[in-house]
Design a protein around this ligand. Structure first.
Ligand SMILES: [Zn+2]
Length: 378
């Protein structure tokens, strides 16, 4: 009996290792072009099907399933330990328990990769959009940032605000119902997003949102349920952009910088001012931070050009996040960093800032490249 259980545990561990190695084997054999043309469309269909099912629940199904998984695992571990002590069952029972948990965890990793994770190894979004992302001068960065200042100032008066002049977009459900409109327009205007039909983002419970704020996270896409889960407790001005970011993940855009760029494009295409404003505000903040490192004076000059209402939103955002600065946020960043490294996003959390390269490339494609002399002077 003991020998039999030992054998079973061994087999479980072998299957667990194979389940983890299989997707790694697939992405080493398959080309990025194949993942883009064959895996991504299937991943998009799977996301749509799963989000249709989870959409039957008004709450985040992923959050509830996570709690059940944690509780179930804890119960199983305690039950096994008690059984071993009380009935003096052999320690092989403990090995059996560990092998079952390992197999379940590896099954989840396998399903995660086969549903969505392989998207990390597809062609880049820049390649799919035929964008020429190069190295740009500080002037190109400054012109890109200035373009966001203009857009923000033009739209600042159109978004709803509270008595303090800070963005206040009302009911989450009503806001989330508007998210798909920007994506539908983007899908119509770009072949890179064909077959994409996004679902309605869902709010996490305030308890989970509070925990996520402490770890510095504003949203999370869960491929198992196809749900874009949003931390609804953060300042309203960032919520529409976060919705579009998580929906970009649901559309198979895996890397963070690319999801940020796709979110910006979807926000820009939105007929709703809250979404356009939130997209331009995030784009401004990313570009401004990059510009500040290169030329603080020019960056400050651009910041001073912002409408007072936009500045009120930026101040509110920085005050909000200041409350959560500390150890846990560092832990959250480290965990996220480890996850991104595991998915071969080798620059870790730094890849968030790389959206600036894409934003400049987009600006240059629309307005011309200031780094190129168009008319050579002889
Ligand atoms: Zn993300």
């Amino acid at each position: 009996m003991e020998k039999n259980e030992l054998k079973k545990s061994f087999v479980r561990i072998i299957i667990a290792v194979v389940l983890v190695l299989l997707p790694a084997l697939v992405h080493n054999i398959a080309s990025a072009a194949w993942i883009s043309s064959s895996f991504k469309p299937v991943s998009r269909y799977a996301s749509r099907a799963l989000s249709t099912l989870s959409g039957l629940f008004p709450f985040s199904l992923a959050e509830i399933l996570l709690y059940l998984l944690i509780l179930g695992t804890l119960f199983y571990i305690i039950f096994t330990i008690v059984t071993v002590i009380r009935r003096k069952k052999p320690a092989v029972q403990l090995l059996s328990c560990v092998s079952r948990i390992a197999l379940t965890a590896c099954c989840l990793v396998f399903v995660f990769n086969m549903l969505w994770g392989l998207n990390y190894f597809s062609l880049s979004l820049a390649e799919e959009l035929n964008m020429d992302v190069g190295r740009y001068s500080v002037e190109a960065l400054s012109l890109t940032t200035a373009s966001f200042v203009e857009e923000l100032n033009a739209i600042a008066g159109e978004v709803p605000r509270d008595h303090n002049g800070v963005s206040s977009y009302g009911d989450f459900k009503e806001l989330s119902a508007k998210a798909a409109d920007g994506w539908d327009n983007l899908v119509r205007s770009s072949g890179a997003f064909r077959n994409v039909r996004v679902s309605r983002p869902k709010p996490l419970t305030p308890m989970a949102g509070e925990f996520m704020s402490r770890t510095g996270i504003t949203g999370i896409y869960i491929p198992f349920t196809g749900e874009a889960n949003i931390n609804a407790g953060v300042p309203d001005s960032s919520i529409p952009f976060t919705m579009m970011h998580e929906l970009a993940h649901s559309a198979g855009v895996a890397p963070e910088n690319e999801a940020n760029f796709a979110a910006f494009l979807a926000c820009r295409e939105s007929p709703h001012p809250e979404f356009r404003y939130s997209g331009y505000l995030s784009a401004f903040i990313y570009s401004y931070n990059a510009l500040y490192k290169e030329d603080a004076e020019v960056a400050r000059e651009l910041l001073n050009r912002l409408d007072e209402r936009v500045l009120a939103d930026i101040r509110y955002r920085s005050e909000y996040w200041k409350k959560y600065e500390g150890e846990l946020q560092n832990v959250g960043t480290k965990v996220n960093n480890t996850y991104l490294m595991a998915m071969r996003q080798t620059s870790g959390v730094k890849s968030y800032g790389m959206v600036v390269d894409l934003l400049i490339a987009d600006y240059v494609a629309r307005n011309g490249n200031p780094d190129v002399d168009i008319e050579p002077v002889y």
